[in-house]
Design a protein around this ligand. Structure first.
Ligand code: C5P
Length: 328
């Protein structure tokens, strides 16, 4: 990438939703084995990578939109560094000069929507493109998994059954059409490691029903499911998250928000990943948008509590399926 006039490499980094999440075991490395159906959403961050200014020796990152915390801790910089190391170890001869990254954060941060991991996957892939470097599939997969558990899913970008720590992916046909989804993210910090730690502390024997729901859903999405059929399963899916009880203990205020949302929307309300984002499903984006206005009004009226230091983030989007490029 010696030519500084090259146009920046631009990527959309979509959010994800866990339609099911079964924790099936604790591993020796401290991580947990999962059985989870992941789908990408149209809601996406925007990332661009360009050559760093002349003489700049370090990668840089400028973030706008949601506050993503200290830049030095951002997974985008880590992903570029991992990509550079992987290129350096491989047979490829590509040079890997410093990059200047710009990230527009539209996905709420630390929300259970995978935004940071998606940004990392986008940065990893975009850095390789910017350098004109290639990695063999195994090195690529190992490098992606070393950045974070959800990164392999985002690198592939299609609906998938995710197993192991996140590295075993089975692509699924997904949902026909674009069902709408309303995301309500209370502004409380819910750290994923804390949720897993509480999960370990409280885990009873469990009756395996969430695993069964997840297996059933993976099978159905493997063949392709209509939006109507997906919505008919919303009640089951809303309960198909093993991390929900732990997240409610980590952030007790979520209990009241979830109850109030259920009452306001008269719909099953699920939680994505380790939370705190809560979701409801709709046949279309327009219906999800109408619901977002109802929730907005209820937050202003105080019938849905604002926990944390600000009102929740409320976003209507769609489940993105297939191999098309997601649009906002
Ligand atoms: O891999 P990542 O950094 O995204 O994981 C964040 C934390 O979530 C880990 O430190 C671990 O505590 C927990 N985790 C887990 N099992 C997984 C994924 C994440 O225990 N499969």
């Amino acid at each position: 990438m010696a030519d500084p006039h090259l146009t920046p490499v631009i990527r959309l980094a979509p959010a994800k939703l866990n339609l099911s999440l079964a924790v099936v075991g604790r591993r020796e490395d401290g991580f947990h084995d999962l059985h989870s159906v992941f789908v990408p959403l149209a809601l996406a961050d925007r990332l661009s990578l360009a050559p760093a200014r002349a003489n700049a020796r370090e990668d840089s990152l400028h973030v706008t939109g949601f506050d993503a915390g200290p830049v030095a801790d951002n997974l985008v910089l880590r992903a570029i560094a991992v990509a550079r190391a992987a290129v350096g170890e491989g047979p490829a001869r590509a040079a890997t000069p410093a990059l200047a990254a710009r990230l527009e954060k539209l996905i709420p941060v630390a929300a259970g929507l995978g935004g940071g991991s998606s940004d990392a996957a986008a940065a990893f892939d975009a850095a390789l493109e910017a350098w004109g470097a290639e990695l063999d599939p195994e090195r690529r997969a190992d490098a992606a998994a070393s950045i974070g558990s959800d990164v392999p899913f985002f690198l592939r970008g299609t609906p998938a059954l995710v197993e192991g720590r996140g590295e075993r992916l089975t692509p699924l046909k997904g949902v026909h059409g674009h069902p709408g989804i309303l995301l309500v993210t209370p502004r409380v910090a819910v750290r994923t490691p804390d949720v897993f730690a509480v999960f370990d502390a409280i885990r009873g024997k469990g009756d395996g029903s969430i695993r069964m729901s997840s297996e059933h859903l993976a099978q159905e999405l493997g063949n392709g499911l209509s939006a109507t059929d997906l919505i008919a399963r919303a009640g089951v899916l809303a309960s198909a998250n093993d991390l929900l009880p732990a997240a409610l203990l980590v952030a007790p205020g979520l209990v009241g928000v979830k109850r109030a949302l259920t009452r306001t929307l008269t719909k099953a309300v699920g939680m994505s990943g380790s939370g705190p984002t809560l979701w409801t499903l709709y046949p279309s984006l327009a219906e999800a948008q109408a619901a977002s206005e109802v929730v907005q009004a209820a937050v202003i009226a105080g019938t849905i509590p604002s926990i944390g230091d600000r009102p929740p983030s409320i976003v209507a989007t769609t489940i993105h399926t297939g191999h098309e490029v997601p649009t906002p």
